[in-house]
Design a protein around this ligand. Structure first.
Ligand SMILES: [Zn+2]
Length: 228
């Protein structure tokens, strides 16, 4: 039986659970309404509805992956806050927190929580998201091997990059390409599987990475056999 009652997780109070769902509610309703209204369903509307359906298991999965202390921080502070569009004022209001952002990545199948993800690894990532927000690049990376989403430190301006060597690769002009030192990263490789091929999150939809099918199945409430 698939579990989606986040208030039953240690570290999540009933009030916190309610608050988390409230954050996703307007958006889920909008996505579902769109889908219902669409006479001839457009592809993006179908996609929005699919994503809305994945929210409960994605939120539950993310919270379950976090150790208890970080879990209560995530539900207690602004990590699940979501920026919403105020139609009257015609502007976006509020900020989207790191946990909400992560959930959105999961439901879009741009990343996944790989099987066997340990509390330690989830904690390393959540700790960076919680405490180093100002240093992070907007463009997350994803391990192309296992699908784990990995935050990345924003690179310094180009003028500050130091050349520390040369690759064997040559540019179209016939010169070797430089290797730059752009400062330390939070993660040089995937902290879960050790994979070194980290792709841009936004490019994950373009290729059929094997973990994406499993991710879709893991978040599909319809696979659940309800007890008779
Ligand atoms: Zn990995």
């Amino acid at each position: 039986m698939v579990q989606t009652h986040i208030q039953e997780l240690a570290g999540v109070t009933e009030e916190a659970a309610e608050r988390v769902w409230e954050m996703f509610m307007p958006w889920a309703v909008e996505a579902l309404t769109l889908a219902v209204e669409g006479r001839d369903e457009r592809e993006d509307e179908i996609e929005k509805r699919e994503q809305a359906r994945r929210v409960p298991l994605a939120v539950f999965g993310l919270l379950s992956a976090l150790p208890v202390d970080l879990r209560s921080i995530a539900v207690g502070a602004g990590a699940f806050d979501r920026q919403i569009y105020d139609h009257e004022a015609e502007q976006w209001v509020g900020e989207t927190g790191w946990a909400c952002d992560w959930v959105e990545s999961l439901i879009a199948l741009k990343s996944t929580l790989p099987d066997g993800l340990t509390f330690e690894t989830a904690e390393q990532i959540a700790e960076v998201l919680e405490n180093h927000a100002a240093e992070l690049d907007d463009l997350n990376r994803v391990c192309t091997t296992c699908g784990l989403r990995i935050p990345r430190r924003r690179l310094p301006p180009l003028s500050e990059w130091r050349i520390i060597g040369w690759t064997d690769e040559t540019s179209p002009h016939g010169v070797n390409k430089p290797i730059y030192d752009t400062g330390p990263q939070f993660f040089e490789a995937c902290p879960h599987c050790g994979g070194e091929r980290l792709g841009f999150e936004m490019h994950m939809l373009e290729r059929g990475y094997p973990w994406r099918a499993a991710a879709a199945q893991a978040l599909d409430l319809r696979r659940v056999q309800l007890p008779k």
